[in-house]
Design a protein around this ligand. Structure first.
Ligand SMILES: NC(=O)c1ccc[n+]([C@@H]2O[C@H](COP(=O)([O-])OP(=O)(O)OC[C@H]3O[C@@H](n4cnc5c(N)ncnc54)[C@H](O)[C@@H]3O)[C@@H](O)[C@H]2O)c1
Ligand SMILES: [Zn+2]
Length: 369
């Protein structure tokens, strides 16, 4: 059973297909989008080794020519100017044209980098997202945000660039390591924390099954998270309002990731889990949210195997002054003032503009002491 979730964005509308066996059908599904019948595949070494041959034969079986197969090194450090330059050079060398389609086959790193490169090469070539991690299937492949990281901070250079189609094949998740599945789970539970207390309760009951690769639990969670994101993106494509809520925990998380230069072994989802726990703790400390909710969130994240104590997290020790400085560089800030996504309760997040930077700095001191 393949489920179809429409992303309603006027002339930029597209569909997210979620189901088993979609890699095998990639040729048939992508072919109508490629006038030239040529596709340019971007992937990483791990995905290439596990699933590359299956994708290539499916594309060819659908009548497509694989004009390029660019294989990136895996990991967050690939989301850089260096690899963006490398990828645009490969696309141009292989003669990419506007009637061709770029296929991003991998996790969020491949999707963010390939989507950015497709958006700037020849002023824009169409692209398709084929997310292969839980994180990419529930979050990064949907909504059109693409970016690279720089020394100044995460995702600070990029484009809004919507794909033409998203194919989320549940079967490819079978090879995903448990740690990567857990990282993806952070973006799933995030939806419950932002806007749906009942879904958070479902997460509490089903996280164990989901992490143990239970297929119905995964299918439900992916479908639910994509549908929630679809509604938010359709209402606010360019993040002028509600879409910012999807950044719950991310201002803290991005600072934690950038602190280690993206090479400290801290996964994005792990940073997000810690960041969401911090957002709840900060809100509780300032009387914005019940303390019991903050405790319940940390307890669940810890039970799911996340580390929320900054002393234990990959990349520790963290310098609180540097973290505060990195948070000050966040994209959501306005007029030099910090914007934070904070909870009023589980299932009820809000955008706090002009957040008290001194209070955040003091909180970070305390959390790292
Ligand atoms: N654009 C957005 O809206 C958005 C949203 C959320 C996150 N992101 C970004 O996504 C990135 C994180 O994505 P990610 O967690 O997918 O990381 P990733 O792309 O680094 O993939 C994680 C690891 O899993 C491996 N892998 C991928 N698919 C596999 C499979 N099927 N089997 C075995 N191994 C597999 C990869 O090679 C890699 O080592 C971050 O840079 C984050 O900023 C973007
Ligand atoms: Zn994220």
């Amino acid at each position: 059973l393949t489920r179809v979730i429409p992303i309603a964005l006027g002339e930029r509308s597209y569909e997210v297909l979620i189901g088993a066996g979609l890699v095998a059908r990639a040729g048939e599904l992508i072919s109508p989008l490629a006038a030239s019948k040529r596709v340019f595949v971007v992937t990483d070494e791990n995905v290439e080794a596990l699933h590359g041959a299956a994708l290539k034969s499916a594309l060819e079986a659908g009548g497509l020519e694989v004009a390029m197969n660019a294989v990136l090194p895996p990991g967050e450090q690939t989301k850089s100017f260096r690899w963006l330059e490398w990828l645009t050079a490969r696309l141009l060398e292989h003669g990419v044209e506007r009637r061709d389609v770029v296929v991003a086959f991998g996790g969020g790193v491949v999707g963010d980098l390939a989507g950015f490169a497709a958006g700037i090469v020849k002023r824009g070539v169409d692209f398709v997202q084929m997310p292969t991690t839980l994180l990419a299937q529930v979050d990064s492949s949907v909504g059109g945000k693409t970016a690279i990281d720089t020394e100044q901070g995460k995702n600070l250079v990029g484009l809004f660039n919507q794909p033409r189609l998203v194919l989320a094949d549940l079967d490819v998740l079978a090879t995903l390591p448990e740690r990567e599945a857990r990282a993806g789970y952070a973006e799933i539970v995030k939806i419950g924390l932002i806007e749906d207390a009942a879904f958070f309760a479902w997460c509490e009951a089903h996280a164990g099954a989901l992490l143990a690769a239970d297929a119905p639990a995964r299918a439900h969670a992916i479908h639910f998270a994509v549908a929630a994101k679809a509604a938010i993106v359709a209402a606010d494509e360019k993040e002028q309002g509600k879409r910012a809520l999807l950044n719950l925990g991310h201002t803290f998380a991005h600072a934690l990731e950038a602190h280690g230069g993206y090479g400290a072994g801290l996964l994005h989802g792990e940073a997000v889990a810690a960041g969401m726990a911090l957002a709840f703790r900060f809100a509780a400390q300032h009387g914005l949210c019940p303390r019991a909710d903050a405790e319940r969130v940390s307890a669940h994240l810890n039970a799911a195997g996340f580390i929320t104590d900054l002393h234990q997290l990959s990349g520790a020790p963290f310098d609180p002054v540097r973290l505060a400085g990195l948070m000050a560089a966040d994209k959501k800030n306005e007029g030099g003032q910090l914007t934070l996504i904070l909870p009023r309760a589980i299932g009820d997040a809000f955008v706090q503009k002009h957040a008290n930077a001194a209070a955040v700095a003091a909180f970070l001191q305390q959390a790292t002491q």
